[in-house]
Design a binder for this molecule. Structure first.
Ligand SMILES: *Cc1c(COP(=O)(O)O)cnc(C)c1O
Length: 382
């Protein structure tokens, strides 16, 4: 592939009131090449033709917003983000709609969370309208990369990092805000299967007053060793307990958890319980959406503390009939086997629960535009 000397034009789209989005004329991959990727995109392996980049300089604010060719970032070895992890991110998806348009799902919620993450890491926030403009501009430019196969999506990754070259420990004076896009295949191409989980007793994910309630890169770095430990024990994911009492279920490394109490097949009879947002959980947008959808289906939904003992006992005496994890990437993942130092157990009969699957379909139907969007959750991009 050769790089063309980029011709650029100013998009009608504004990043900020005084910062337009400049669109460079980049070399796009051929239809054949793109079709090859979209036939089996996997997750996070392939990227689209463009990326969005804006810069920030203290005293000047955000400037130079542009859609440019996807490719390496020139980076000084002293770049602060590489040393002290002053770096945050978001994850959302664009969905091909039945009428041929493309929509993202609740991007304002991602924008709001991105601002909270920035504030926690002492970074200048990207205003909500600027965040939305950047995501829209990229999806628009690369709309041919939005896959149309069953349950396929274009995964969007906005992120912000301290780009100043400086080794002193203080908030940087220069930042980059980027958005990249990666076509994603169906999370469960061969049908939904429950994951096995390992309850970590050696590690915690988040402590009160820490960074567990924001999406910062460092949280993920710290989750890799526990994840490795889970894999060594044959488990897919890690369940974290609270850092203080080591009793209460918090969440997985990147997904929130729900427990179904009572029979999930009786309409409206089952209750859903999810750990409360105590300050150490990441407030998932999928979690929030499912609370709404479940209530509309007639289910009682309670946000409260759930102990590992309550989970184990509930599974043993039949009170807890289903457990699932949720997040943007997988939507809903049923939890089957649970491994813990205090004894292993299996939720239900090891197959996906009835309510788990019902909620999964209900949310996917909204996201893919197969039912009316009664909440105004879809944001039409192009
Ligand atoms: C991103 C994330 C989630 C899920 O959030 P969604 O908005 O539903 O994608 C859950 N837990 C952690 C730790 C996360 O980083």
């Amino acid at each position: 592939m050769t790089d063309t000397l980029a011709d650029s034009r100013t998009s009608s789209r504004m990043f900020l009131a005084d910062v337009p989005v400049v669109v460079e004329d980049v070399q796009r991959r051929s239809t054949t090449e793109r079709a090859g990727v979209l036939a089996d995109p996997g997750f996070g392996r392939h990227f689209t033709d463009h990326m969005f980049v804006a810069r920030y300089q203290e005293g000047q604010g955000w400037y130079d917003a542009r859609l440019t060719r996807y490719g390496p970032l020139p980076m000084d070895p002293g770049t602060a983000a590489l040393h002290y992890a002053q770096s945050i991110f978001e994850g959302l998806k664009a969905y091909a709609q039945p009428d041929g348009s493309v929509a993202t799902f609740r991007p304002e919620a991602n924008a709001a969370r991105f601002i909270r993450s920035a504030e926690r890491l002492a970074m200048p926030p990207v205003p909500e309208e600027a965040f939305l403009a950047a995501v829209d501009a990229l999806v628009d430019a690369d709309r041919d990369w939005v896959p149309t196969g069953a349950d396929q999506t274009l995964y969007l990754r906005p992120y912000q990092l301290a780009s100043e070259s400086f080794l002193g420990v203080r908030p940087a004076h220069e930042y980059l805000f980027l958005v990249i896009a990666s076509p994603a295949g169906a999370y469960f191409p061969r049908g939904v299967h429950p994951v096995s989980v390992y309850v970590s007793e050696d590690y915690v994910r988040a402590a009160p007053g820490g960074t567990g309630d924001v999406k910062c890169a460092g949280n993920y770095a710290a989750s890799l060793r526990p994840q490795q430990q889970a894999s060594e024990l044959g488990c897919d994911q890690v369940v974290y307990l609270d850092a203080v009492e080591r009793r209460y279920i918090e969440e997985l490394g990147g997904m929130n958890l729900f427990f179904v109490l009572g029979s999930g097949s009786d309409d409206g009879a089952a209750e859903l319980v999810t750990p409360e947002l105590s300050g150490t959980l990441l407030p998932g947008i999928t979690r929030d959406s499912l609370i709404t959808v479940a209530r509309e289906l007639g289910h009682r939904v309670t946000e409260r503390k759930v102990s590992l003992e309550e989970w184990r006992q509930g599974v043993a005496d039949g009170t807890v009939t289903e457990t699932f994890a949720c997040g943007t990437a997988a939507v809903i993942t049923p939890v089957g086997e649970v491994k813990a130092r205090t004894g292993d157990f299996t939720v239900g009969d090891g197959t996906p629960g009835t309510l788990t699957m019902r909620l999964r379909e209900a949310l996917l139907d909204i996201q893919h535009g197969r039912v009316a969007d009664t909440h105004g959750w879809l944001h039409r991009v192009s």
